[in-house]
Design a protein around this ligand. Structure first.
Ligand code: OAD
Length: 253
């Protein structure tokens, strides 16, 4: 893979880096995207019956069962070279902030720390009433099969039903996480946007803020992307191939 020398220089010289990731970075690990996760036996369900606060209130067993099934899918997969390259990049630059739209924990398992999860996490459920976090056992007490209803655990603190720690349709993103992501984007000199369609707001503002503040923005995507400004670049290809090659070209050659 051959990279533009000017771009390699910008990667090498970057002092503050933001990586903004989406479902594409986990695709090579075999994680179903939201739409793919609605395949198989779950395909008969409307997302609005699974991923809204109203759905949980109406049928908590159905919704908890679906999220336990997705959590188990994630736990059976491994980080791929794209996740590992992002964790490795953090060691090569003075500061790196990782902002993800993904609800899996593959960045953490690849060694990234302080990950800003804009859309929450499958692995951090909390009480639907008092918001106390619940530590989930690695293995669900009930084997989650496709379509299986599972009663959500009860909060140890107030007895309320525990809910998945993800952002549902109609809910706001966690304010502190969003503010930290926007602040990092405004300060960075390089932003890598990896495996995201960049169409879901407010998350999609993160690369826009970086670009507006004069940073170099590099899109790593398996599909062609429209580029707006002279500070924007596209590296077309799978994240698990492009990112390791970019790091090697920038730092080892
Ligand atoms: P999308 O499914 O919208 O976009 C995934 C992007 O990854 C697409 O642009 C693909 O071309 C690209 N892609 C696929 N495989 C790739 C690979 N191996 N390497 C590089 N790129 C690849 O996913 P997101 O942008 O993450 O929201 O979606 C954003 C949000 O919309 C999600 O967080 C979710 C969803 O509805 C919530 O859950 C709130």
């Amino acid at each position: 893979m051959v990279f533009d020398q000017k771009l390699l220089g910008r990667v090498r010289d970057a002092r503050q880096v933001v990586v903004f990731s989406g479902a594409g970075v986990s695709a090579e690990s075999g994680i179903a995207t939201f739409r793919d996760a609605l395949s198989g036996l779950w395909s008969r369900f409307d997302p609005m019956r699974l991923a809204t606060p109203e759905a949980f209130a109406a049928d908590p067993e159905l919704v908890w069962g679906w999220y336990e099934w997705r959590r188990m899918q994630v736990l059976s997969t491994q980080p791929n070279p794209g996740h590992l390259a992002i964790a490795a990049l953090a060691k090569r630059v003075p500061k790196l902030t990782l902002v993800t739209q993904n609800v899996d924990d593959l960045h953490e398992r690849a060694g990234s720390t302080g990950v800003l999860h804009l859309h929450g996490s499958l692995h951090q459920p909390r009480c639907s009433r008092c918001a106390t976090p619940l530590r989930l056992p690695p293995e669900p007490p009930v084997e989650p099969a496709e379509g299986r209803r599972i009663a959500p655990p009860r909060c140890e603190h107030c007895g309320g039903e525990v809910r998945p720690g993800v952002v549902w349709f109609g809910e706001s993103l966690p304010v502190d996480v969003l503010e930290a992501a926007f602040a990092a984007a405004a300060e960075c000199d390089l932003l890598l946007s990896v495996g995201t369609s960049g169409v879901v707001y407010p998350a999609a503002q993160v690369p826009e803020i970086a670009l507006g503040a004069g940073a170099t923005v590099v899109h790593v995507n398996s599909e062609p992307q429209a580029l707006g400004g002279q500070n924007e670049w596209l590296l077309a290809g799978a994240a698990g191939k492009v990112l390791p090659a970019l790091l090697q070209a920038a730092f080892d050659e």
